[in-house]
Design a protein around this ligand. Structure first.
Ligand SMILES: [Zn+2]
Length: 398
């Protein structure tokens, strides 16, 4: 009895409201280099005013592509998505690492690289630097979900690049792209001379834009899931960086076209809000490169967390998920040397994970699984069918 109580408590504390610190995530977070951040920010500044469709804007695209080549990404991992603004062409850059377990489910980390009126070292060289450094470090991790690092253009003219991508890529696939989460970074540069040790974690919800305002017509059905993911983002920031997250809401930036389609979004934004963006003074000396370095550590931790299959028990909100959950039976439970994961028909995959999120067993279209090598304890059984998944608890007791 005591043992069962202990297990239940552990389960609740792990999945209810917090997430485990994972040393391997921290080890990668500490691979962020201040010198890399500084170099990227200075390169970004040197590219000048990168107005959408301008020569500088195209030069910035070429520079970004050069960085990914330098990191060792294959050309097959890099795609471009073009759109037109004011008669000129501009380009979004998309870099993908394919997931080992769910290759068609995507975690997107994005930020814009176009600027307006100035070099935009904070808005949004800072987000660009974080994405690049994360992409460098995470190139060879074995992520369960696919990850897309996306550099949008056209943000300053009204989210033109992200709108084009959502319209022409995300919605144009059939079924439309399966996106686990969109994490957007815009203005994470801080203010020179200030103590920049907090960051706004932005969840979905538009309290400052009442009905009839610019965001009327955006769905609220995805708000609750965004709140869950934003809490996970905050936990990652706490676990893997030395800055503190504070609460805020999403605003005008590149997650909005995804939000409008009902996707789950979250974002990061500086807590000390600079007044330099959109001016000629948005320069390197007016922001805080050390802050960008700290943000990058938190983001590297967060991406690893988000690209590991979701075991949250609170996200099964739609009816399909409820139905699948009811259809899956686990017998016996507690189990010893074998377990039968019952689900009629073919086309499902079973993954068993321990409480740290590590995959300990996987199978396809197979009901009887050999659990003889699993140690006593509580595990999560994740059953995935095309377009749906559910998670249930399994106890191994020998
Ligand atoms: Zn911006």
């Amino acid at each position: 009895m005591k043992k069962i109580l202990l297990s239940s408590f552990f389960l609740f504390s792990t999945f209810g409201f917090s997430q485990s610190f994972i040393q391997a995530y921290k080890d990668r977070a500490t691979q962020v280099k201040q010198t890399n951040i500084n170099t990227i920010l200075n390169d970004f500044a040197a590219l000048g005013i990168k107005t959408t469709g301008s020569t500088s804007n195209n030069n910035a695209l070429a520079w970004l592509k050069g960085k990914y080549a330098e990191f060792g990404y294959e050309s097959t991992q890099i795609t471009e998505n073009k759109f037109t603004y004011s008669g000129k062409q501009s380009t979004n850059l998309i870099v993908t690492t394919t997931g080992t377990v769910y290759p068609t489910k995507f975690v997107i980390i994005c930020g814009h690289y176009d600027t307006i009126n100035g070099p935009g070292v904070n808005d949004n060289g800072s987000g660009t630097a974080v994405i690049l450094e994360a992409a460098r470090i995470l190139k060879n991790i074995s992520n369960e979900y696919s990850i897309k690092f996306i550099h949008f253009s056209g943000e300053e003219q009204g989210l033109l690049g992200s709108k084009a991508y959502v319209d022409n890529v995300v919605k144009a696939t059939n079924p439309k792209m399966d996106i686990v989460l969109v994490l957007n970074l815009d203005e994470v540069g801080g203010v020179a001379g200030k103590v920049n040790n907090q960051i706004v974690a932005e969840k979905d919800g538009t309290p400052t834009y009442p009905a009839g305002g610019m965001y009327s017509g955006y769905p609220s059905t995805n708000n609750a899931a965004s709140a869950v993911k934003t809490t996970e983002l905050k936990n990652s920031i706490l676990n893997y960086s030395n800055i503190t997250p504070v609460d805020g809401y999403i605003e005008r930036s590149d997650y909005m076209p995804f939000e409008k389609e009902g996707y789950v979004v979250t974002g990061l934004y500086e807590a000390n809000q600079s007044n330099k963006p959109h001016t000629a003074s948005d320069t390197y000396v007016n922001m805080d490169p050390v802050y960008v370095y700290n943000v990058a550590q938190g983001v590297v931790g967060a991406i690893q967390h988000f690209s590991t299959a979701d075991m949250s028990l609170t996200l099964g909100t739609n009816d399909t998920k409820k139905n699948l959950k009811d259809l899956v039976s686990i017998f016996p439970n507690p189990a010893n040397d074998f377990v039968n994961i019952g689900l009629e028909g073919k086309g499902y995959a079973t993954t068993i994970l321990d409480l740290s999120g590590k995959v300990v067993l996987q199978s396809k279209d197979q009901q009887n699984l050999d659990t003889s090598k699993l140690k006593n304890g509580v595990y999560m059984v994740q059953v995935t069918t095309t377009g749906d998944s559910t998670t249930k608890k399994l106890i191994i007791k020998k």
